[in-house]
Design a protein. Structure first.
Length: 347
């Protein structure tokens, strides 16, 4: 899909205050590590994640998303009365119904004639939301829209640690599907898209390509949706090796289509990817034959922040000056299911 009139006003993020290191997690898992004779330092060595962040206990996804939304409005100075659509795109939601977006909409005092709903697409949520809002802008249905996501990893992390320590039947082999849950971090992000005629920037969303490989939908699954408050037991099982290989293969096919469908994608100054782990990073850049020195990593200090990961990485690259006015960069998103979306942006 080529976009002719969609600009990005801002990509904003909010980082949680509490830091938990991989060493901290392994300390909590000491009984299991000792029983299975697992080497200390294994978690960071396997993933490349030194630390991840947590919201204060009791923080709801809508509250985190609201913080990012407020940051986006303040950062861009874009008039909120022009926002005709708000979509919450996080894996984490406050409850099954109503849409978590309704709470964020109220908190941000956005216009009553906005369309307000949730999109759920695992770690690809924000990029999926961007394609929806961009299409609405292209079609002339709205002047501008906002995507938000607030990911709260505390319930999953704490439930996984407790489950591992409680299950004395676990072996070195059967513990593997639970390890991916220990890489998850928290964060919040907001993106404002607008029609070029209304935009206060020259940041252009040029193109996007999406590809589904749903034959792999069973490689990473969370338990039934119980909300994401701290008192809920949330668990996820992941076949990490199979997901790594299938996800990268899907990305290769999506990248080929992306370059065929989007002739402006000759040379990017920076790549912002969904941050999963060091092995995934190396394999992705190798298979796509991309220059890994143009990658902007955030994995070591934030872990895998779900739908927040890819856009927050872009926001931090902009903040750091790696992406400057005149730069071009790509968002490369892969989510369990498996879905892939790639976007080309001129900043």
């Amino acid at each position: 899909m080529l976009y002719n009139c969609v600009n990005i006003e801002t990509i904003a993020y909010t980082a949680p205050p509490e830091i938990i290191t991989s060493d901290d997690i392994e300390t909590q898992l000491a009984p299991t590590y000792e029983r299975l004779r697992l080497p200390v330092g294994r978690l960071e060595l396997m993933t490349g994640i030194k630390e991840r962040r947590l919201w204060k206990r009791g923080m709801m996804p809508s509250t985190a998303a609201t913080l990012a939304g407020q940051q986006a409005l303040s950062q861009s100075n874009f008039p909120k009365e022009k926002i005709g659509c708000l979509i919450n795109c996080s894996v984490c939601r406050d409850f099954l119904e109503p849409a978590t977006a309704t709470i964020v909409h109220k908190n941000l005092s956005l216009p009553p004639d906005s369309q307000v709903f949730d999109i759920s697409n695992a770690c690809l949520g924000i990029l999926s939301g961007m394609t929806v809002v961009a299409s609405m802008i292209e079609a002339g249905h709205i002047e501008a829209g906002m995507l938000v996501a607030g990911e709260n990893s505390r319930p999953l992390l704490e439930s996984t640690i407790a489950a591992i320590n409680a299950d004395l039947s676990l072996t070195r082999q059967t513990i593997k599907p639970l390890f991916a849950s220990l890489t998850i971090g928290s964060g919040a992000v907001a993106v404002i898209l607008s029609h070029r005629d209304s935009s206060m920037t020259s940041h252009r969303l040029n193109s996007s390509t999406s590809l589904a490989a749903t034959e792999y939908n069973d490689l990473c699954r969370g338990n039934s949706d119980k909300g994401m408050a701290d008192n809920h037991d949330t668990l996820m099982e992941t076949d990490s090796e199979a997901l790594l290989n299938a996800g990268v293969e899907t990305a290769v096919q999506a990248w080929e289509r992306f370059n065929t469908e989007s002739p402006t994608n000759d040379d990017f100054d920076c790549f912002c990817t969904h941050q999963v782990g060091n092995a995934h990073r190396r394999l992705l850049y190798d298979k796509l034959q991309l220059d890994i020195t143009r990658d902007f990593p955030t994995l070591a200090e934030f872990g895998n922040t779900g739908s927040v990961s890819c856009p927050m990485t872009a926001a931090r690259a902009i903040e750091s000056g790696i992406i400057q006015p005149g730069s071009t960069f790509a968002l490369l998103g892969i989510g369990s299911g498996i879905n892939a979306t790639m976007m080309g942006i001129s900043w």
